[in-house]
Design a protein around this ligand. Structure first.
Ligand code: C2E
Ligand code: MG
Ligand code: MG
Length: 572
């Protein structure tokens, strides 16, 4: 068709009028029905009272297959010109129903219903909502949904004069599992924990993953009286091991609890307070829960300060962290000579003053800052030891504490090797102190890491032995050189038979397997006398000296000695 005839047709088209069709000689009724039956929406006309269906097209009959559906969904109060959405569970479909009052045959008043199948749109919308509200990995609700639900719960409890609780949960040492086994196993663990949480009665649909290994649980006003059972249920999840990568792993959690509206009546305030209580729980040794109280407030505001200041101090070349040294003496030799020192970190914060390691190390581990801080201590201590070694004390040794978080990093061996190379210290003069942790059920991995450390020529000491999860059997399996018996046994020496026997047995056992024993926390001559009779090698404690700065240590224990004569003549 050329352009001219096309335009002509269009012009003609514009002149067309509706009446032209009305009076065409066609069977309008038949064709009209045909049109209505082929429409993509359901149409139905019913008497105004709704007791008679006057007309329904095919689509309508397919949409609402049975009478009950029709009665239930059409006889709803719907104003003229209005619409509403209905869901048919039997068919899993959504419809939008419009109602209009019309004049039917013989001027009878009737209702016209139009039905649109909106199932596709509805499903799409639900998918989008799910994506916006759910955590992709675990399927739990996410932070956004948590805040929305919490807002509603706080409002409800204020209105009804009731109470609810916000539980903020963080897995303990999850990093170990992630770093040690790989992220895919970390993910498996997160999923398993999430599923178990959703099975606890009372919180099935109020568990949220806030990101990483952090979860929130809202105990709503109608479940608040079940709080104790809920806490027991959660603790129960973590009392059993998880089977990952062919072995059983324990994972514990710490939790902070804030109640609403008493502790806070805004979403942000409550979450922050539960988080502060959580930090307190971590500080109390993890694997426990802590309620938010006003005293938590005092300590924890300082803690928040600490977090910021610790980050700044770490960024700032760790200048505020100073390494102190506590002498270790050899009690097998006469006059108990000093044979080296344990490096103990001190934080002299410009803003917060002096903070003890017991206070900030757990937070540094929690924040992952222990890696740069620990690396700093390692290099400082090696450098210092080399100075002493070159000042006439070639056998002085330095002990450096390694956190489990550092130990399980993939690059820990490289870090130690680099520190040795950079500082030029003789590897045998470095001892790394490690503690056992519940999370390291993977003995094989632990053995392999410690074995590699020893291959560098560095020694390994098992710190705080007797506390935590160390067992006598472990010391036989683990590649270690020194056992450091924890201070708590020494405190009771001479007063508690168990403490006496424990120290003696560990010493005897260590001798049999060729390990050395160092005893920490010796404060009194009474303790020293008892220990002297046992087969102890080394002692560290206030009885001999306290930790001190490098200068003080050097002044006291490293007096520059004249070179031995033989060595001096060799040089000539
Ligand atoms: P630790 O490794 O068991 O260190 C021994 C702790 O006992 C030190 O506390 C020391 O000052 C204290 N101590 C020594 N002798 C006595 C005594 O006779 N009586 C009493 N009451 N205490 C004594 P400090 O320096 O406060 O360190 C506490 C803990 O912090 C250390 O326990 C260690 O676990 C950790 N820590 C210290 N420095 C570092 C570090 O550089 N890295 C890591 N990861 N942890 C560190
Ligand atoms: Mg130590
Ligand atoms: Mg110790």
């Amino acid at each position: 068709m050329n352009m001219e005839s096309e335009n002509k047709k269009l012009l003609e088209h514009e002149k067309w009028e509706w009446k032209d069709f009305m009076y065409q000689e066609i069977d309008f009724y038949t064709s009209g029905i045909e049109v209505l039956n082929n429409l993509n929406c359901g149409i139905c006309v019913s008497s105004l009272e709704g007791d008679r269906i006057l007309f329904a097209n095919e689509e309508f009959c397919t949409c609402l297959k049975n009478d009950a559906d029709i009665k239930e969904h059409l006889l709803i109060e719907l104003e003229d010109g209005k619409s509403r959405e209905v869901y048919l569970p039997g068919e899993d479909r959504w419809f939008e129903i419009h109602r209009r009052e019309i004049q039917w045959l013989d001027q009878e008043k009737a209702e016209l219903y139009t039905l649109y199948d909106i199932s596709e749109n509805k499903r799409y919308q639900q998918r989008i909502e799910r994506q916006a509200n759910n955590d992709f990995l675990t399927g739990l609700y996410n932070r956004m949904r948590c805040e929305k639900d919490l807002e509603a719960q706080i409002t409800a409890s204020k209105k009804n004069g009731s109470e609810g609780a916000l539980l903020y949960m963080d897995l303990d040492d999850f990093k170990h599992i992630n770093d040690g086994l790989g992220h895919q196993y970390g993910d498996v663990l997160l999923k398993s924990i999430s599923h178990s949480m959703q099975r606890i009665e009372g919180i099935e649909s109020n568990c949220y993953r806030m990101g990483g290994d952090e979860f929130i649980i809202i105990v709503t006003e109608n479940k608040y009286e079940m709080l104790d059972e809920i806490l027991e249920g959660i603790a129960g999840i973590f009392s059993k091991p998880w089977f990952l990568k062919g072995a059983d792993y324990y994972c514990t959690m710490s939790m902070g609890i804030a109640r609403f509206p008493g502790d806070g009546d805004s979403v942000q305030d409550l979450i922050r307070k539960a988080d502060l209580a959580l930090l307190e729980a971590k500080k109390s040794g993890k694997n426990c829960y802590e309620f938010y109280t006003d005293s938590v407030k005092g300590v924890s505001f300082k803690r928040l300060d600490m977090e910021k200041n610790m980050r700044d101090a770490t960024m700032n070349a760790c200048n505020e962290f100073e390494v102190y040294y506590q002498p270790i003496v050899d009690v097998t030799k006469s006059e108990n000579p000093c044979i080296g020192a344990e490096a103990l970190i001190r934080w002299n914060s410009e803003k917060l003053g002096f903070i003890s390691p017991a206070e900030f190390i757990p937070l540094a581990e929690y924040l992952g800052l222990i890696n740069p801080i620990g690396g700093h201590v390692l290099r400082q201590a090696c450098r210092q030891c080399r100075v002493w070694n070159e000042s006439g004390y070639p056998d002085y040794k330095v002990n450096v504490n390694l956190s489990v978080v550092q130990l399980l990093r993939n690059d820990i061996i490289d870090q130690v090797r680099e520190a040795l190379e950079e500082t030029g210290i003789n590897p045998k003069n470095l001892t790394l102190e490690v503690t056992e942790s519940l999370a390291i059920n993977d003995m094989e991995r632990m053995k392999s890491i410690l074995g590699q450390i020893r291959e560098l020529g560095v020694r390994v000491a098992l710190d705080d032995f007797g506390t935590g999860y160390s067992s006598l059997n472990h010391i036989r399996e683990m590649p270690i050189d020194v056992i450091k018996i924890d201070r708590c046994f020494i405190e009771d020496l001479g007063q508690d038979e168990f403490a006496d026997v424990f120290v003696r047995i560990v010493c005897e056992l260590a001798n049999v397997i060729g390990m050395k024993v160092c005893v920490e926390g010796v404060e009194h001559s009474r303790q020293y006398e008892i220990l002297k009779k046992m087969q102890i090698h080394m002692i560290q404690g206030f009885y001999f000296d306290r930790p001190m700065s490098a200068e003080d240590f050097s002044r006291k224990y490293v007096t520059v000695q004249p070179m031995p004569l033989k060595q001096a003549t060799d040089r000539l």
